[in-house]
Design a binder for this molecule. Structure first.
Ligand SMILES: [Ca+2]
Ligand SMILES: [Ca+2]
Ligand SMILES: [Ca+2]
Ligand SMILES: [Ca+2]
Length: 318
């Protein structure tokens, strides 16, 4: 009996040690124009392996200075999974011809093995930036193959997503039930927008989203971009990075640790300048392992006239 009790206590101790997790962020100083990415974009570029060859390719949005919306561009990673090299930009790649307000996102929303696309359509008539206050989310299904994407015609307000947004949404399985849920940024008056959440109440292959919940899980700030959800402390649940609008060009990065569970998220109060991330950032930071050394590197976005400049902070933890 004593032995069993001891084993149970030991088990709990181990569970606790693992549940606490560790953050292995040793970020180098920001480097502007990393990997030859020199453009000024109205929205942070996206790194995703669109052609399933094991390295991260880049999608961005070409700024139309003073005018709302931009054209999607693509730069294939022609380097290796540890040494990225980006090819020259291709405008309107894969037939993605649109005037958008934010970089597209690519996720396998219907669980058929290929990356589908969501964009944010600029609906302003005049095309003057001052008149732009949010766009409409659209969807294009990947009807090609995992290595050769081809996109179907755009569908507006897909899967019940009818909000007017300031950013393309983020899809993560926040409740670990196998389907992708949605975090977005709803347009609001003044600078920045409100984070909202839509639970996927459909299935893995047939998404359907519940009504939006504004300021979900205690996320009450006015933000400059949709949040980033990533398991930064490696304890199995998704933690949150956001960027609070400062009304002075750029924003302040905040962090909310997921102190709930894999199935029931609960976020701790926001912490500003987390893990030494104190530089102004106009978008929630992106964490990807760009050099394939086993830790998450950071990309940020420095606000500048007409958009922002991508910067890179290598994680030197490993
Ligand atoms: Ca690739
Ligand atoms: Ca798919
Ligand atoms: Ca889910
Ligand atoms: Ca976590």
């Amino acid at each position: 009996m004593k032995k069993i009790f001891f084993a149970v206590v030991l088990g709990f101790w181990f569970m606790n040690v693992f549940a606490q997790g560790t953050v292995d962020l040793k970020l180098s100083k920001p480097k502007l124009y990393p990997f030859g990415i020199k453009s000024i974009d109205p929205s942070m570029p996206v790194l995703v392996d669109i052609d399933h060859d094991g390295d991260l390719d880049l999608f961005g949005l070409k700024a139309n200075i003073g005018i709302g919306g931009g054209k999607i561009y693509f730069r294939e990673n022609t380097g290796t999974d540890s040494k990225p090299v980006f090819a020259k930009p291709v405008i309107n790649p894969f037939g993605l011809k649109s005037k958008d307000l934010a970089t597209p996102v690519f996720v396998d929303i219907d669980n058929d093995g290929d990356l589908d696309m969501f964009g944010l359509k600029d609906l302003s008539k005049l095309g003057i930036r001052e008149n732009v206050k949010g766009g409409r989310i659209y969807f294009r299904e990947n009807v090609g193959t995992p290595s050769k994407p081809e996109f179907a015609e755009p569908v507006m307000a897909p899967f019940g997503i009818k909000t007017k947004d300031l950013d393309t949404p983020v899809f993560v399985d926040i409740d670990n039930d196998g389907d992708l849920d949605l975090f977005g940024l709803k347009a609001a008056s003044g600078e920045g927008g409100r984070v909202y959440f839509m639970e996927n109440i459909g299935t893995k292959s047939k998404p359907q989203f519940a009504k939006p919940v504004i300021a979900p899980f205690g996320i009450k700030t006015k933000d400059l971009s949709a949040p980033t959800l990533v398991d930064i402390d490696h304890d199995g649940d998704l933690d949150l990075f956001g960027v609070k609008s400062l009304f002075s060009g750029g924003g302040r990065v905040y962090f909310m640790e997921n102190t709930g569970s894999r199935t029931k998220p609960e976020f701790a109060a926001p912490v500003y300048k987390p893990f030494g991330i104190k530089y102004k950032c106009a978008s929630a930071p992106v964490f990807v392992d760009i050099d394939n050394d086993g830790d998450l590197d950071m990309f940020g976005f420095e606000a500048t006239f007409g958009g922002g400049i991508f910067y890179y902070r290598e994680n030197k933890a490993k």
